[in-house]
Ligand binder design. Structure first.
Ligand SMILES: NC(=O)c1ccc[n+]([C@@H]2O[C@H](COP(=O)([O-])OP(=O)(O)OC[C@H]3O[C@@H](n4cnc5c(N)ncnc54)[C@H](O)[C@@H]3O)[C@@H](O)[C@H]2O)c1
Length: 308
């Protein structure tokens, strides 16, 4: 396979995905509303416009598409806008990619589909969370991601196994510069999230290095035609973003989870990526323990003038 189109290629996750794919020798087309200066194979397109989405896919004719473009932060826009935008993006990208001849389409979902953080309380079936457990979205963002998973299933039902579809739920994405002190998606640094467990508790301490997700996506695209169609994968680090075992920490923030958290001893995370390992042989290779060198955050702050 040579041609892969990545939507949302300019984003926190997309940049690393494009880098990993290109380093592996793939011909990658970057599709985003805005494409950085210097990108030689980019298309600036608003993919909510179905005709523009169809035109860019017809021109690029990718063999595989990795769809990351979205309003990526819950409550960062009005609820109806998040739902409408993310659902339209998923449907437009899948439909136009297939029409243009793509054989594999993968979409970003989110672990938030599980429904943790609901103001009405949350009680999962068990911990760690697996793909077999019931999603319970409680806001437009997580609902839009569950719909994107279902868009993948819908096209699999329509086209059968000649074409392959998949979705993945990336845990809180840490881009390479964020290990060096750049702000993470929620505005705080990785080190702040470690120092103040309250910050990462709302995501149950999940995280993944963006380059590890790039490796996952490369592996998924390469093996999509030898695994079952329309699978969903949790993609997370092998440990939680926390200095203490979750069996001890989770009950402090969520007393109702104390019993379920008991198995999360040592460095076991609350989100299991066992399925990705079983079906694809993928396992995250980076951890905050390996990536956070002592002096690195100070270095970033100096270089950036402390402004980011
Ligand atoms: N960052 C995380 O922790 C995280 C966690 C779970 C899921 N995800 C999902 O992963 C994907 C990537 O997330 P991210 O953190 O890189 O987000 P991001 O906001 O950094 O990047 C999203 C990109 O999509 C582009 N985009 C948005 N609307 C578009 C449109 N109409 N047409 C074309 N391009 C458009 C944006 O310009 C941006 O470059 C998203 O689908 C997000 O929901 C992210």
């Amino acid at each position: 396979m040579s041609g892969i189109a990545v939507t949302g290629s300019s984003g926190r996750l997309g940049r690393s995905v494009v880098t990993v794919l290109r380093e592996s020798g793939y011909d990658v087309t970057c599709i985003d509303r805005t494409v950085p200066d210097g990108e030689t194979n980019g298309r600036a397109v608003d993919l909510t416009d179905g005709r523009d989405a169809a035109a860019v896919m017809a021109e690029v004719k990718p063999e595989a598409v990795i769809h990351l473009a979205a309003i990526a932060v819950p409550f960062s826009a009005p609820e109806d806008q998040i739902l409408r935008t993310n659902v339209a993006l998923a449907h437009n990208v899948f439909g136009s990619a297939i029409e243009a001849g793509a054989r594999t389409v993968v979409t970003a979902s989110s672990p938030t589909v599980f429904g943790y953080g609901s103001p009405n309380g949350w009680m999962p079936e068990a911990l760690p969370l697996t793909e077999a457990m019931q999603p319970r979205p409680w806001n437009a963002y997580s609902l839009s991601k569950l719909v994107a998973e279902n868009v993948a299933s819908m096209f699999a039902a329509k086209h059968g196994d000649a074409l392959r579809f998949a979705s993945f739920r990336p845990c809180y994405v840490i881009a390479p510069e964020e290990w060096r002190g750049a702000p993470t998606q929620q505005g705080n640094t990785v080190r702040q999230r470690l120092d103040d467990p309250q910050l990462a508790a709302s995501a149950l301490f999940n995280y993944t290095d963006a380059r590890d997700i790039g490796d996952f996506l490369r592996t998924l695209v390469e093996h999509a035609h030898s695994i079952p169609n329309a699978e969903t994968f949790i993609v997370g680090a092998a440990d939680p973003l926390c200095r203490e075992p979750l069996a001890d920490v989770l009950p402090r923030f969520f007393p109702e989870l104390a019993e379920l958290a008991r198995p999360l001893t040592g460095s076991r995370p609350a989100f299991s990526s066992e399925k990705a390992e079983r079906l694809l042989g993928w396992r995250a290779s980076r951890s905050w323990r390996s990536e956070l060198a002592d002096e690195s955050e100070a270095m970033y702050t100096e270089n950036a003038g402390g402004t980011r």
